[in-house]
Design a protein around this ligand. Sequence first.
Ligand code: GLN
Length: 288
Amino acid sequence: MNQAPEPDPDSPTIKQLLVEATALLDSESPRLDAEVLLAHALQQPRSHLLAWPEKRLTAAQLATFRQLLQRRCNGEPVAYLTGEREFWSLPLGVTTDTLIPRPETESLVALALEKIPADAPQLIADLGTGSGAIALAIASERPRCTLIATERDPAALAVAEENAQRLGITTVAFRHGHWCEPLAGLQADLIVSNPPYIAAADPHLTRGDVRFEPRSALAAGPAGMDDLTAIAACASRHLKPGGWLLMEHGFDQGELARQLLEDTGFSQVLDYRDNASLARVISGQWPD
Ligand code: GLN
């Protein structure tokens, strides 16, 4: 019978390690990062750290934690180190092939849900699904709907499909292709997307956690508008009359996004602000 390995008597305690790691980390949330990484190294929930502050680690656990800490000190995002990020209360697997889902994007999900009646069997498309975050969140709230999640990068698509499987969500069809390409012959009731929208030369791309994320999921031409523009055009061909398009955009792109949807022929164009009062999501209806 296998015995669980004994804690190393030379290991610092959980409490000591958290103090030490918090002091070392130069991130926006050093204590939280330290807790998440230590819990991950111990394969325990974070509550375990509070319950057992005097516990020492095994040599293997300590080595794992020190390695994770070093990588975080080098700037790697916590979500890539643990391979997981929660979105809309769903635990999602993420890899460096996918963007790390942001809390702000939950506003896009909330606004999409406002457009989808609770019991209508609608067809919904999520373009550039990445980890599957938006499609899976909507599917978890609207089980009668059919979703098509499109993604150009096969590696990201595999992550999204795995997330659906792990969550037991069977109403999302994952399709390989760029934006609307996989929607050939289909008209959706609602199209939603969080496309890349950062200007290619934005210094934000070279700082912090964002450096480790796929550039193809972030940058979109000189003004960051290239993909929003491409999606507005293809969505106009794949929406039913009366169907809605919702897209996330940058905080300073509200006016450009409104203009874009109006010029493409959408009506009822409205820009929403997020909790920090920043313009975030543009919506428009394809006319009847
Ligand atoms: N909101 C993200 C950021 O500023 C960008 C996400 C995106 O381009 N869709 O890092």
